[in-house]
Design a protein around this ligand. Structure first.
Ligand SMILES: [Zn+2]
Length: 343
């Protein structure tokens, strides 16, 4: 990156109401067939324009073409039966009826590659594409076939690697893996979770990132956060091993959360996407608040490795609030950029 403090979002942006019911996860599409395909492309264009208008440097598709960051990817795989559902506890937090793995999992065809190519055609700015991480994928399924979380995670890692290589070939500059499960299953993360992630990025020449957060601002997550105490030290469990991994960028949650910022010191040397926007609140940050979070992060990250970002995706927010937060992120990054240039 040539720009100092290149800004980006964690990934998702709200969808227009003509495409899917707003402020809702797994919101059904309002149309189908060729109309839907064209509407998704239009929504992607708008998401891009809004990021550019806000001065966001590394742009994304705003996840306009997917219903959910994990489910949509899995829907494209064979070996998973969406009719055969079992109730499991996701991330030790909430019960959900989920599909079952019933045979060898495989990617029959590319999942997001056409969408990424379309985004690439629209802009010359650096683009980032989000995929679910292997551990977060297995945590949203019932496994009736492999009977091993580790085995299934490595199967998914191989599939993600196929997709990632094609995304890279389509012109994606940064491939990000979303691993909120890394904030829950610490022993597994260190035993095989990070190794599975490294399998997913094998042979890639583009940049790679892992996004580890405390989730969308939905009730199951905010209730869970209330049980975490005054200091959220979850990152402390996984950062030392991540610091030693091949992942180039770590995306984490900071603003308005109880994460002690000095934990960032544990990944010194990595590029850090610092969450300076709270996605669990409708209050729009001021650019000055964003700048204050970034200045504090600069105590633990070298300026050339600081990537201003959001705590998580903004899909569940209203478009007005998300737009306001995008603008604050762009403007806040600009304030600190100017300070660094003048120093
Ligand atoms: Zn997140």
């Amino acid at each position: 990156m040539n720009t100092l403090l290149p800004s980006s979002t964690a990934g998702s942006l709200p969808k227009p109401s003509w495409l899917a019911e707003p402020e809702k996860l797994w919101s059904p599409w309002t149309m189908d067939g060729e109309d839907l395909a064209e509407a998704k492309r239009d929504a992607l264009r708008i998401a891009l324009l809004e990021q550019q208008a806000a001065g966001i440097d590394i742009v994304s598709d705003g996840e306009q073409t997917r219903q959910h960051f994990v489910t949509t990817f899995i829907e494209h795989l064979s070996g998973v039966d969406f009719e055969r559902r079992e109730t499991v506890t996701i991330r030790n937090r909430y019960e959900a009826s989920v599909p079952s793995v019933v045979g060898t999992v495989a990617r029959e065809r590319p999942v997001f590659v056409e969408d990424a190519r379309f985004l690439r055609q629209q802009t010359s700015a650096p683009i980032k594409w989000a995929l679910p991480g292997p551990m977060t994928m297995i945590d949203t399924l019932y496994d009736a076939h492999y009977k091993s979380r580790e085995k299934l995670a490595f199967e998914f890692a191989a599939i993600l690697n196929q997709e990632a290589r094609e995304l890279e070939a389509a012109g994606v500059d940064i491939i990000q893996f979303d691993e909120p499960a890394f904030n829950v299953f610490f022993d597994e993360v260190n035993d095989w979770g990070i190794a599975a992630l490294e399998r997913a990025i094998e042979g890639l020449r583009c940049e790679t990132a892992v996004h580890i957060c405390y989730g969308y601002g939905i009730k199951a997550n905010t209730d869970w956060k209330k049980t975490l105490g005054p200091q959220w030290r979850q990152y402390e469990q996984t950062f030392p091993r991540l610091q030693a991994s091949n992942i180039a960028i770590i995306s984490l949650e900071c603003h308005n959360s109880y994460v002690p910022m000095d934990l960032i010191e544990l990944i010194r040397g990595k590029k850090v996407m610092v969450g300076a926007i709270d996605v669990a609140s409708n209050t729009i940050e001021t650019p000055e608040e964003v700048a204050a979070t970034l200045r504090k992060a600069l105590e633990f990250v070298d300026a050339d490795k600081l990537y201003p970002s959001t705590n998580c995706g903004m899909a569940p927010l209203s478009r007005r609030v998300a737009r306001g937060k995008l603008n604050a992120l762009g403007a806040g990054a600009q304030i600190v950029r100017r300070e660094l240039a003048g120093a």
